[in-house]
Design a protein around this ligand. Structure first.
Ligand code: BGC
Length: 761
């Protein structure tokens, strides 16, 4: 007796001291539960778990079409998306757990892309903060709100590397750099999921879109992709791997093909890479109707064939479609799909539900009271304002026009100055734009209306067809019936009475996002007419840009004295912009995507490789260059000014050479040489000078955010290890090669201090 008690204690101690055996035990428990459940399931019920339908979002609230509801009752649906609110989710969940044969709870998914009810800045904006803690915090809040609103699962983070600003979905991305995107992906997964998925204040994340969706030819959404394997491994896959290492629960396939194989039918990607090489154990969902789309792609002859290709490739759940539920049984009967494939998929899907705690409490404590407490809680709004301020990038600030000096008379002008709908951006389905703070609201509240005069100045667009199209898709754009000349006249007369002109121009939110690719990524011409007219007044002009992608700003950069890139900043956007304009907060954002000078330069990104004929000095003829434009973007990756000035000095490396098992320590002194406190993002880039394959001129391998009072300096330290020097070599092996490297440290990818070291054998 004593002996067995002792043994019991020893086992308990062992379990408590290492975590892993406990996890193994709970996995065993889960597996037994799933075995038991699956032994009772019919094939139809199993395929039902692999099926997901969308609810409708109507004026009257969320509802499910009757035919889908009937399918739920028959156990032929595993998941519903576009469904939220306690009322709706609890009602449907009751049907599933009280009225179906096996009482398996539904899994509710939704695109919680940048906040839920409290809307945060669009991801491209958030990434400009380079603040991983804050990005994790906004994901955590988004999860808390989504969970309180009945959701279990978000289709985020989107981690597609984005190098083509014509592609509208760059607004959902976190920019052009795979290394930075990987860190952000991991932070956001942790923010959404927390430590354990059973925590009812968290949701499961879904990393998307696997893979290389950002490389769509011509920047046209859904278009084909043709890239090398090395480019895939080096540029597009790393953020997915980072999300997987951070424990992401699910993954979504991409719409595109890669070199002829649609991602949704790509067994090499979904099994060999994802499962065998990376060991991903979560489940894979298709993108919206991506399975039937295998027919127009031209790889499937009919729906049954499409189902066969997708399931055999490794797609566990079909989003929005009945291709699986209609055809997989038959495919099994005819031997084209193995029943084991279905069983593995269902096991993964049930495991996700189990880990979310849905079998213990299918309602996850959801209630109207909890929702009222959590949704848009004051602390959430505070974080939204903080994140919005940090997302703003000061592109230009000649003669220190900004911040606006107290007492100056401000003319607030422009078609985006008084817009609430645009402030919350696209992919903000659960957000209420009516309560968003417009720039006009934010500035009036902060500055008072006595010294603030407003004129609209122009419509967002004069292209009536495009306006009508955008309004059909939720644009909420009202059109001023006055002629452009009349509106400009009014704006000029308002501007004449001011000391400084703040003009808000750019895109309406529907001009970026999904299915919003543009060939001309410019401020619309009618808005430019307004800017040109204002310039003639010879008063300082602050251009406040709102947009979901990098824009071509050659002319604007000459017409405006200062430019603030404010993207679409979310619920609290107007307050945040006012905080920056008035100098209550010092801007600190840095671009995560290059801003081209002209669309003809696209793709333009900082980490490009050298050529055999690089352009070294301006005038050479027979080198890789344009004869009508510089090669460099107008504003490069990492660019962003502050109201103070930072200086870099004393770059020191701990050694001139390191062995593979040694670290290199890099120190640099950063000083605040201006007259106010500010935050700087110190960036470290490397270059492998000679490789077995050509290497990028620069690759980000470190960054640190430092806050410095005026006149203060700080030593900022980085460490580089062998991992940082590795790349996919000639044989596509991830390895570092001995030789010389350059280290560059500075405040952006263009201006830096430089030193060298050697990696020895
Ligand atoms: C998008 C996905 C999204 C899904 C569900 C698709 O059109 O590509 O990113 O998660 O719709 O809304």
């Amino acid at each position: 007796m004593l002996r067995s008690t002792f043994q019991f204690c020893q086992v308990a101690l062992l379990l408590l001291s290492s975590g892993a055996p406990i996890a193994a035990l709970s996995d065993q428990k889960m597996n037994r539960f799933i075995d038991q459940l699956m032994s009772q399931m019919t094939l139809e019920e199993k395929i039902g778990q692999m099926t997901q339908y969308s609810a409708n979002m109507a004026q009257t609230g969320v509802n499910l079409p009757q035919n889908y509801e009937r399918e739920v009752l028959r156990g032929r649906v595993g998941s519903i998306f576009n469904a939220y609110t306690p009322e709706f989710t609890l009602k449907m969940q009751r049907l599933a757990v009280e009225q179906t044969r096996l009482k398996i709870p539904l899994l509710y998914g939704f695109d919680v892309v940048h906040g839920h009810r409290t809307v945060f800045p669009i991801p491209l904006a958030e990434s400009s903060s380079w603040d991983l803690h804050l990005m994790q915090a906004t994901a955590r809040i988004a999860a808390a709100e989504a969970a309180a609103d009945g959701l279990h699962w978000t289709f985020a983070p989107m981690v597609d590397v984005a190098r083509d600003p014509r592609w509208g979905r760059v607004s959902e991305s976190t920019g052009e750099d795979p290394w930075l995107n990987s860190l952000i992906a991991a932070a956001r997964v942790r923010g959404f999921q927390g430590e354990v998925l059973s925590d009812p204040t968290r949701v499961m994340a879904c990393v998307k879109h696997f893979a290389a969706y950002g490389a769509a030819e011509g920047g046209r959404d859904y278009n084909v992709v043709d890239i090398s394997k090395r480019e895939l491994f080096e540029t597009y896959l790393p953020p997915f791997l980072a999300a997987i290492k951070a424990g992401v629960g699910s993954l979504m396939t991409a719409f595109n093909d890669i070199s002829g194989v649609p991602a949704t039918a790509d067994g090499w990607l979904l099994r060999d890479i994802l499962r065998d090489r990376w060991g991903f154990t979560g489940f894979v969902v298709s993108d919206y109707t991506a399975i039937p789309e295998l027919i127009p792609h031209g790889v499937a002859s009919n729906l049954e064939h499409a189902a066969e290709l997708a399931i055999n490739a490794g797609v566990d759940m079909e989003m929005q479609g009945s291709t699986y539920i209609d055809h997989v049984e038959n495919l099994i009967r005819s031997g084209r799909v193995n029943v084991k494939t279905v069983d593995e998929a269902v096991r993964r899907l049930l495991a996700a539900k189990y880990k979310l705690g849905l079998f213990d409490d299918p309602y996850r404590n959801v209630s109207k009271e909890r929702a009222a407490r959590v949704l848009m809680a004051p602390t959430h709004l505070q974080v939204a304002r903080q994140m919005a301020r940090k997302s703003i990038v000061l592109l230009k600030n000649d003669k220190q026009v900004l911040p606006i000096k107290a007492g100056e008379k401000i003319a607030l002008i422009g078609p985006l100055a008084d817009r609430k709908r645009d402030m919350i951006g696209n992919w903000s389905g659960a957000g209420d734009w009516r309560i968003a703070v417009s720039l006009r609201d934010g500035l009036s509240e902060a500055y008072g209306s006595k010294r603030l005069n407003y004129a609209r100045g122009s419509n967002i667009l004069e292209d009536r067809d495009l306006l009508a199209f955008l309004n059909q898709h939720g644009g909420e754009i009202d059109i001023d019936p006055r002629s452009p000349a009349e509106m400009i006249r009014e704006a000029v007369s308002v501007a004449k009475r001011s000391d400084v002109i703040v003009v808000a121009l750019g895109e309406t939110q529907g001009m970026s996002g999904e299915a919003a690719s543009r060939t001309q990524i410019r401020v619309p011409e009618n808005q430019l007419l307004l800017l040109r007219a204002l310039r003639t007044l010879n008063k300082p002009i602050v251009l406040v840009l709102m947009n979901g992608r990098p824009l071509v700003l050659e002319e604007e950069s000459q017409l405006a004295d200062a430019i603030l890139e404010t993207w679409f900043l979310g619920t609290q956007g107007g307050h945040a912009i006012a905080d920056i304009l008035l100098g209550r907060e010092n801007p600190s954002g840095k671009l995560t995507m290059s801003f081209p000078r002209d669309e003809g330069q696209i793709p333009v990104y900082y980490s490009h490789r050298n050529t055999g004929r690089p352009q070294l000095s301006g005038g050479d003829r027979w080198v890789s260059r344009y004869i009508d434009s510089a090669n460099e973007p107008l504003y490069p990756f990492g660019w962003g000014l502050s109201y103070t000035q930072f200086e870099y000095s004393d770059l020191q490396l701990s050694a001139g050479a390191i062995k593979p098992d040694q670290k290199l320590v890099v120190n640099v002194t950063v000083s605040n040489a201006g007259s106010r406190a500010g935050e700087e993002t110190v960036q470290l880039y490397i270059r492998d000078l000679v490789g077995s394959i050509t290497r990028p001129l620069k690759q980000l391998r470190g960054f640190k955010k430092v806050y410095l009072e005026a006149g203060k300096s700080q030593t900022v330290q980085f460490e580089l290890t062998l991992e940082d020097l590795k790349f996919y070599n000639r044989k596509l092996t991830f390895a570092a090669e001995p030789g010389d490297f350059e280290v560059m440290v500075g405040g952006n990818s263009k201006e830096f201090l430089k030193s060298n070291f050697r990696l020895t054998d």
